[in-house]
Design a protein. Structure first.
Length: 131
């Protein structure tokens, strides 16, 4: 039943290469240990629930509400992100008043895992300047 916790352990030694081939990550940047923990977390979600979430995300948009955001906002985008493409992050940036955008070069959807120091420094600067 799909209400039970689904666990898909990563026992295949080629999981890192498969993720690279599927363009889920930049293999030259990602810390394998941290990325493995991330993938283990993602694959622990019930696959039926995960599929429903993906389908729902494709049908839903908050675009009409973005102009109403009045709090400081920092959009972080990987320029090689296949799940949230750069054009969408740029559009979000343009729709949120006074937002800022950080485009992480050579980064995928897991930019925080690929370039944590850069992203953490930018978030720290953003918080210091804007809050």
């Amino acid at each position: 039943p799909h209400n039970q916790h689904y666990i898909c352990p990563i026992s295949n030694p080629f999981w890192f290469q498969v993720g690279s081939l599927l363009q889920m990550m930049n293999p030259g940047l990602a810390d394998k240990k941290v990325l493995k923990e991330y993938i283990e977390h993602i694959t622990s979600v019930d696959p039926i629930l995960f599929a429903k979430m993906i389908k729902s995300m494709q049908k839903t948009t908050a675009e009409s509400q973005l102009k109403n955001i009045k709090v400081p906002s920092l959009i972080i985008a990987g320029d090689h992100d296949k799940f949230t493409p750069l054009w969408l992050s740029k559009k979000t940036h343009h729709l949120i008043p006074k937002s800022e955008i950080l485009i992480v070069r050579k980064a995928s959807h897991v930019a925080l895992i690929e370039q944590p120091a850069l992203i953490n420094l930018r978030i720290e600067k953003f918080l210091h300047e804007r809050l």
